[in-house]
Design a protein around this ligand. Structure first.
Ligand code: PEP
Ligand code: MG
Length: 576
């Protein structure tokens, strides 16, 4: 019997496909019995995996020594090498294989769990957290044993895609779907503005999150339909339901294609104000989507996606190539490239070994960049080198303190001085701007306006930090409210301060791409919106209907309201 589950719709569209169950940590491995005659082979499998991981770690260590990776890498590599050599891990797993006649990955995970339990008894918090190194080294071994990335199933022949069902997925896991014909995904946890959801939208993969126990409710290979627009998942649909959803999918595609007629229309309001509709991208791979809607430029290039989900960092040349490709392709339109915002849910491989009690409040974004000046400088050099190929603007994420801007500007000057000394050309006057996504920044705008050339409001984090709710935690997602009066005061105040001081302000959080908020933001005075390319035409449709003269006084009254329900009603009335 088919049944329906309801979750949070995070990436639009309909996917029909077969379930593939995965575990985020990849440590939920199968257990199977190994016949006595294959025992030697199983032990050899383990030895080979250990040798491969040893090789990987030696490579990482060499890259760290040459300064090609962040400085923490050297330390975690040493720890993982120690774990790999420790008889308590590999030797004990060998014994398990022999005695229990089990497969190598299962033996490793059993032994890992045993060791983790022992680590948890340790009083010293530093030593206790070393359990993370055991887990990571076993993850590496299991990945090799499972032939990663082959653990995602190959393309199916029946024309239906694969739907990944997981407890949780990191943004790096999700990026990995690009090459695996994944039709959609559903997870037990997650929130609509999490980076995983943002990546799903950027890959145009329908997704529903926050389904709680879906992994226990479906079976490998079972047929599944995801309605990423309404947050509905249908398990085991019959032919009639599948047909109905195929039809719905065609209708949605038709609706989207109707919007295409707006592609070359200027986004101008009824009273003649021209609005910039810019694209959020994660790399040159998104240029096709940007061109398809004729975006006015790039308002946010999230460069951290060049860094995550891999073992070595992109060097200066690799980064330069990516930035150059984007700048060249935009042929003179503005391109705002944000320096890497790693940390929180966007961790670099291996750096998770450091225990962080509250990652979203920890060493993230500019804080991380300033803690790793060598890595930051490499990026700044690559950016400046690329600046000759277009209209580059450099943007610093998650600023809260004036000294973070000052230190970043000093490093930019240092990068410039190095390039001058090496006689490498760059644009001397690249504008440097910053993100307003921490309430402290929105409340102390003067020090940002004095030091920077432009501001961009990151509503995803601004809402997360103002309302003290984790944007990737579905348990508090109902509290994530862009229309909270405190949030509106911070956004409205920033836009108005920008207008007063002649400082360009854009919004590049998910609010900018949601048609429910377009008129509100226009009424606040916003003239630059940056969003996923897929949303641009829908937002343009809203802009074309807007009368700013009429909107502005109504929105001023909304910003002054201090009752959530009143704000909501008033915003609904704006939309009409
Ligand atoms: C934001 O916080 O709104 C933003 C645009 O940055 P990110 O989503 O990458 O944190
Ligand atoms: Mg942010």
């Amino acid at each position: 019997m088919p049944f329906t589950l309801h979750g949070l719709p995070v990436s639009q569209g309909i996917a029909i496909g077969h379930v593939h169950l995965v575990s985020h940590a990849m440590l939920e491995v199968n257990h199977y019995h190994v016949p006595a005659r294959h025992l030697t082979e199983e032990l050899e499998r383990l030895d080979q995996a250990v040798a491969t991981v040893q090789g990987e770690l030696v490579g990482l260590k060499a890259a760290a020594t040459l300064g090609q990776t962040h400085s923490e890498v050297g330390a975690f590599v040493d720890l993982q090498m120690m774990m790999l050599a420790d008889p308590l891990l590999v030797e004990a797993a060998r014994e398990l294989i022999k005695v229990r006649r089990c497969n190598a990955e299962w033996a490793l995970v059993q032994q890992m769990e045993h060791l983790v339990e022992q680590f948890e008894q340790i009083e010293d918090p530093y030593l206790r957290e070393r359990k993370a190194d055991v887990v990571q080294v076993v993850e590496r071994l299991v990945k090799v044993l499972l032939g990663h990335p082959g653990h995602l199933p190959p393309k199916r022949r029946d024309g239906l895609g694969t739907i990944v069902v997981a407890h949780d997925l990191s943004p790096a896991d999700t990026i990995g779907f690009r090459d695996h014909n994944i039709a959609g995904f559903v997870t037990d946890v997650g929130g609509p503005t999490s980076h995983t959801a943002i990546v799903a939208r950027s890959l145009r993969i329908p997704a529903v999150v926050g389904l709680h126990h879906i992994r226990q409710l479906v079976e490998e290979d079972e047929l599944l339909i995801i309605d990423g627009t309404r947050g509905v998942v249908i398990v085991g649909p019959d032919e009639r339901i599948v047909e109905e959803y195929r039809l719905r999918r065609t209708e949605l595609e038709l609706e989207r294609s109707k919007l295409n007629r707006l592609k070359d229309t200027r986004a101008t309001t009824l009273d003649g104000e021209s609005i910039s509709l810019l694209a959020n991208i994660e790399g040159p791979k998104d240029l096709g989507a940007l061109k398809a809607v004729n975006a006015d430029g790039v308002g946010l290039f999230r460069t951290e996606f060049l860094f995550i989900g891999r073992d070595t960092l992109p060097d200066e040349d690799e980064q330069y190539e990516a930035y150059r490709a984007v700048l060249k392709s935009l042929s003179g339109k503005p391109v705002t490239i944000r320096t890497f915002d790693v940390g929180a849910d966007k961790t670099l491989n291996g750096v998770g070994a450091r225990f962080e009690p509250n990652p979203a409040l920890g060493l993230r974004a500019v804080r991380y960049s300033l803690a790793e000046p060598k890595m930051f400088l490499t990026q700044l050099r690559a950016l400046l080198r690329a600046s000759v190929h277009g209209q580059l603007r450099i943007m610093i994420p998650m600023l809260a303190h004036a000294h973070e801007i000052d230190q970043s500007l000093i490093l930019i000057e240092k990068a410039k001085a190095e390039l001058r000394a090496e006689r490498i050309k760059f644009d001397e006057s690249v504008p440097v701007g910053g993100m307003i996504e921490v309430p402290a920044a929105a409340l102390a705008l003067g020090m940002f306006i004095r030091r920077l050339a432009f501001l961009s409001i990151g509503t995803n984090d601004l809402i997360q930090y103002t309302l003290a709710i984790d944007r990737s935690d579905e348990a508090v997602v109902h509290l994530y409210d862009p229309l909270h009066p405190a949030v509106l005061k911070l956004i409205g105040g920033t836009i108005q301060a920008g207008a007063r001081f002649g400082m360009p302000v854009s919004v590049c959080g998910e609010m900018a791409g949601d048609p429910a908020y377009t008129l509100l933001l226009l009424g606040m005075g916003l003239r630059q919106f940056s969003m996923h390319p897929a949303n641009i035409l829908e937002i343009k449709q809203q802009v074309l209907r807007a009368d700013l003269g009429e909107l502005a006084p109504r929105v001023q009254r909304i910003i002054k309201m201090d009752e959530q329900s009143k704000v909501r009603e008033a915003v609904l009335r704006l939309v009409g």
